[in-house]
Design a protein around this ligand. Structure first.
Ligand SMILES: CC(C)(COP(=O)(O)OP(=O)(O)OC[C@H]1O[C@@H](n2cnc3c(N)ncnc32)[C@H](O)[C@@H]1OP(=O)(O)O)[C@@H](O)C(=O)NCCC(=O)NCCS
Length: 160
């Protein structure tokens, strides 16, 4: 496996937030936004974090613990916040939280959460070592340990 040209990076260096408006084409006739539409944005923002961390191409290999906690409606402003929790060799766990804002009332609600695993790839499409995570805060350290446990669980259940 090729080495990364970057030694280490903190989670703060790759953090990303994406903000999108929900339109009628994103929803069912009752105005509820499709889960798949939200998943697309989750994958997209997690991919930005993974590629910022790896500074290479990176692809999704697993999405898990996807929870749609509250509905998202047409007209809502959806904010997706993503951070990297854990890295192994080429794999990275990214945590995403989605928040919907009713732009008239200003009320913001956490509507969804997910973990997305990405693998960094080199120019030949082979897994590439990613920079180590430089853990700067207590939150970084806790999330790293929790991410390690989840990754071990994921690999136990991995389909080959
Ligand atoms: C990414 C890909 C090249 C990896 O190939 P592979 O033969 O599985 O490679 P490996 O077995 O060496 O695994 C590489 C890394 O991926 C991790 N991985 C692979 N599948 C995983 C899964 N389901 N969950 C978590 N990690 C996984 C491995 O643990 C390993 O991590 P490490 O390097 O940190 O130890 C291959 O799985 C692939 O191309 N998948 C399709 C990705 C894609 O196109 N996604 C978009 C949606 S279609």
């Amino acid at each position: 496996m090729s080495e990364s040209h970057v030694k280490e990076k903190s989670p703060a260096e790759s953090h990303a937030e994406v903000i999108v408006r929900m339109f009628p084409s994103d929803a069912n006739p009752a105005g509820n936004v499709f889960g798949g539409e939200i998943l697309k944005h989750i994958d997209m923002v997690a991919g930005i974090v993974a590629q910022r961390h790896a500074q290479s191409n990176a692809v999704t290999v697993c999405m898990d613990s996807v929870n749609f906690l509250k509905p998202v409606f047409v007209g809502n402003v959806l904010s997706l916040n993503a951070r990297i929790n854990y890295v192994h060799n080429s794999s990275m766990e990214i945590e995403v939280s989605a928040e919907a804002e009713d732009i008239v009332t200003g009320i913001r609600t956490t509507t969804g959460t997910a973990f997305v695993t990405f693998v960094a790839l080199d120019k030949n499409g082979k897994p590439l070592h990613v920079p180590k995570l430089s853990l700067k805060t207590d939150e970084d350290r806790v999330k790293f340990e929790e991410g390690k446990i989840r990754m071990e669980e994921r690999l136990k259940n991995r389909k080959k």
